[in-house]
Design a protein around this ligand. Sequence first.
Ligand code: DAT
Ligand code: MG
Length: 149
Amino acid sequence: MERTFLAIKPDGVQRGLIGEIIKRFEAKGFTLVGLKIMKASRQLAEQHYDVHKERPFFNDLVSFIISGPLVAMVWEGEGVIASARKIIGATNPLNAEPGTLRGDFGISVGRNLIHGSDAPETAQKEIALWFKDEELVSWEPSLKSWLVE
Ligand code: DAT
Ligand code: MG
């Protein structure tokens, strides 16, 4: 079953939006299989955003991600990678549609609340980077037959 890595960034935590954000994915019907609050090390943040290391915003991005606790999560479900990206909304919150998390709660690209893996390969890489195997819990929600045919 498909899995994705999501992280509520330090701005989302500080603004008290953890519950609101988790609620969206839970209500959609996805299954939470990994969850922890933590402060990322600089090394972890740099590895996570490795693809952006040549971009002018890289240092600010890494400093922001390690500036406070974040909530790291793994969610499971059919099509969860692309669907979570839709729920999250466009990278710049000013371009994100209302109804998306960034569209409803953000105004600045450098404070856009949440990260979501963008493809199966990045999801796999990010899950392995942030979670140990034993921190992930495989389980089948009892409601499953009411969510999927
Ligand atoms: P996303 O988080 O939507 O996958 P991304 O992978 O292109 O976006 O960029 C990663 C993060 O870097 C993004 O969430 C916020 C920051 N960022 C992206 N583009 C930026 C820019 N032009 N200026 C400042 N920060 C930026
Ligand atoms: Mg990205």
